[in-house]
Write a protein that binds this ligand. Structure first.
Ligand code: ARG
Length: 276
């Protein structure tokens, strides 16, 4: 969503966010920037309907304009937020994650520029020890909040074998990321409707190649639309992919955003997160 109300602040916010996204984007090659199209092809989402979507924030690192948002997350227990491991990498944050003094989770707020909701400091973090920065496999982390969120914020994790993982299942991805692929960072929450795609779609799009992310079906999930147009994008990482009322994936990577032959790749929730 483009914001036409604050043209100057938008530009500054985009610059800050771009710096963050550039670091994140560098995880994945190739990224045809011009063909990229936050959530792309999405619609506005509303915090009261989707309380389990949270923003990860550090005003110190990413500035005040969009409340320091740099990644998304999903509330999987009152004090636990699942996100992507790559969101906490030093090349994304500019410092080691443990040194980030003001890491917070913002919950219950759809418009980052407005107040409201909960801003809760992170008191502990678990980064999946099996996360492999080269293939991008196992891209998950769990943050422990300093205070609990209300239990109504929690989304259950779909266990392995749940029908929600079946190809063809309708799913929705949420985030405050780039809505065009050109650094148009949203300040309101967006949602895009996609489908779970067969593993082969992503294996074909992202075959093994030296030094590049590749599709690993055991720990990843492929989702998008066959014709492209609706997808997650830079800044959405760590955010939830929801199907049948359960968490099935975390935004992880892709080539460009919303391209027909390059689906979104998600961390497979059942492979890395404790069931609930
Ligand atoms: N790595 C990106 C991030 O950190 C997420 C990219 C998702 N891309 C996609 N086409 N689904 O925000």
């Amino acid at each position: 969503m483009r914001d036409t109300r604050h043209p100057i602040s938008r530009k500054r916010a985009a610059l800050v966010a771009l710096a963050a996204a550039a670091a994140v984007a560098s995880l994945v090659t190739p990224t045809p920037a011009a063909a990229d199209s936050g959530v792309v092809g999405g619609r506005t989402a509303n915090a009261p309907d989707t309380p389990w979507v949270v923003a990860l924030s550090s005003v110190d690192r990413f500035g005040r304009m969009r409340a320091g948002q740099f990644c998304g997350g999903a509330v999987i227990a009152p004090t636990k937020v699942a996100t992507a491991a790559h969101c906490l990498r030093e090349d994304v944050l500019g410092v080691r994650a443990e040194e980030l003094r003001d890491l917070k989770v913002i919950a219950g707020r759809s418009d980052l520029v407005g107040g409201g909701g909960h801003e809760i400091p992170v008191k502990d973090m678990w980064i999946n020890p099996a996360y492999d920065a080269e293939s991008n496999s196992g891209d998950a982390a769990v943050l422990t909040l300093a205070r609990p969120l209300p239990s109504g914020y929690v989304i259950p994790v779909a266990p392995a074998g749940d029908p929600a993982y079946r190809p063809g299942t309708d799913a929705t991805v949420y985030g405050w990321g780039d809505t065009t692929g050109l650094g148009t960072y949203a300040h309101t929450l967006n949602a895009a409707d996609v489908s779970v795609l067969p593993d082969q779609d992503c294996s074909r799009a992202y075959p093994a190649a030296p030094g590049q992310a590749r599709y690993v079906p055991a720990t990843m999930l492929c989702a998008g639309t066959r014709e492209g147009g609706r997808d997650a994008c830079q800044g959405d990482s760590g955010g939830p992919l929801i199907a049948r009322g359960k968490l099935i994936g975390l935004v992880s990577w892709g080539s460009g955003c919303g391209l027909a032959e390059s689906p979104g790749v998600y961390t497979r929730a059942s492979a890395v997160l404790p069931g609930s």
